[in-house]
Design a protein around this ligand. Structure first.
Ligand code: ADP
Ligand code: MG
Length: 433
């Protein structure tokens, strides 16, 4: 599974493996460089400084071996990483001490440690390492400056006492500032990288989900098709039976129930198909006013229970859009239906269109019905969410899906017992000549 290997714990595990390898390579390089130096005469190095040096290399090897051995079994990987990298800062200080402390050219190694600490431990870790490095460097140079310790010179010459204290102070400050600047920068970068990766993963998840939804939609659409055919023959057969057999009020009632329920089921199946697999639209240039007026008329005629409900329309004329007219009709129809179901008799539904900035047209359908409760608000677009005893909960999801395919969406405002207003906008086009 890709998602399991992307977990941060796992991520740290892989990085730690690389770090251990990197450390071994580093120790090898250190060893190699010293051997070459040995061959090109270095008489001034005292033998015991070499012993310390070899001891250090062996210690790094042993530590790496130990780390590699326990890496798999360590539960608290983050703490483990802190300990490893913290130890590295001490190793670097020792290298500096052997190679001349204040005079050593290896102080840049602190920066290397800080940079990879930011890759594993992010901003906080790199700051912690910068503090550790600064303290160690400061203490080492101070002790040397006051003659408490004597660095092991691999190289003859420079003695700290030769310098002015200001020069020493300056160099320590510069090193410390460099440590913090690098910690800040690399911490910042890795923090950003981490955030971007997180976003990417979330996006990947969403794409997965959408893919799965699409697949399920396909399947559900297939099944729904299979349900629709037997339903049609069922209701057809009952209708024939009803005509053929002698009238019996009891039986007639039962057959009516069958007819009513098959009708309901097939409406549900049709609606579900619209939602799960909306037909690909045939985009046409349409004029809003005439299309909406026609839809409103059909709606008023088609619904017996809209008596007592009046529809007031305020439509801008000569506004053109590009859309499949059946899509537009479906959207308006579903919104009108919900509005009509929300108002009692005597209620008022308003439908308005108006021009908007940037070549858009706004469409608004409002009612003075019972409104939507706060807690329902975030669910009304979910398929199958309904507050009605015989609702399907598909009306708004269909609207949402259709509008989505035109890169627009529904906005809703509602006050309980006062009414609801749905708005959306569509891109306007120039009237065809
Ligand atoms: P259905 O109409 O089958 O319930 P919809 O998806 O069309 O499904 O609507 C979902 C829910 O949103 C409704 O059950 C209702 O609670 C709420 N709703 C939608 N439109 C309105 C409206 N105009 N007024 C009040 N409630 C509404
Ligand atoms: Mg509805």
């Amino acid at each position: 599974m890709p998602s399991s290997s992307n977990k941060p714990e796992n991520d740290l595990y892989h990085k730690l493996k690389w770090l251990i390898l990197f450390r071994v390579v580093f120790a090898l390089l250190l060893l190699g460089s010293n051997i070459t130096l040995q061959f090109s005469e270095r008489p001034s190095s005292p033998a015991w400084s070499l012993q310390v040096f070899y001891g250090l290399v062996v210690a790094i090897f042993l530590l790496s071996f130990y780390y590699a051995l326990i890496l798999k079994h360590v539960k608290r990987k983050l703490l483990f990483a802190y300990i490893q990298i913290g130890t590295d800062t001490f190793v670097v200080t020792t290298i500096l001490f052997i190679t001349g402390s204040f005079a050593s050219i290896f102080s840049f190694l602190y920066l290397v440690v800080i940079i990879y600490s930011s890759m594993l431990l992010f901003r906080r870790g790199s700051m912690v390492m910068a503090v550790l490095c600064s303290i160690q460097y400061g203490i080492m140079v101070d002790l040397e400056y006051f003659g408490i310790i004597n660095p092991l010179y691999m190289k003859e010459g420079i003695v700290i006492g030769d310098y002015d204290w200001r020069h020493v102070f300056f160099k320590v400050m510069i090193t410390m500032i460099a440590c913090f600047a690098v910690a800040f920068l690399s911490g910042f970068l890795s923090e950003q990288l981490r955030r971007t990766r997180k976003k990417l993963l979330a996006l990947e998840d969403r794409v997965d989900r959408v893919e799965k939804m699409a697949y399920m939609g396909e399947m559900a659409a297939g099944i729904t098709h299979e349900i629709k055919n037997p339903l049609a023959s069922l209701s057809g057969s009952i209708q024939i039976l009803r005509k053929e057999i002698p009238y019996n009020p009891e039986h007639d009632k039962l057959m009516q129930i069958v007819l009513r329920e098959t009708d309901r089921l097939s409406t549900l199946a049709n609606n579900f198909l619209l939602f799960a697999k909306p037909p690909i639209g045939k985009i046409e240039k349409i004029e809003l006013e005439s299309t909406l007026t026609e839809t409103i008329k059909l709606f008023e005629k088609g619904r017996a229970d809209t008596t007592g409900v009046s529809i007031a329309s305020e439509l801008f004329s000569n506004v053109w859009i590009e859309m499949d007219p059946t899509h537009l009709r479906q959207v308006i129809w579903n919104l009108l239906l919900n509005a009509a179901e929300a108002v009692e008799s005597g209620g008022l539904i308003r439908i308005k269109t108006y021009p908007l900035k940037h070549d858009y047209a706004g469409i608004e359908i409002s009612d003075n019905g019972h409104g939507i409760k706060e807690e329902s608000m975030q669910s009304i677009f979910d398929p199958f969410f309904t507050t009605k005893p015989s609702g399907t909960g598909l009306g708004l999801s269909i609207v949402h899906r259709i509008l989505e395919s035109y890169n627009t969406w529904l906005d809703v405002e509602s006050k309980v017992d006062r009414g609801t207003k749905f708005t959306f906008k569509l891109k306007r086009i120039d009237p065809p000549t």
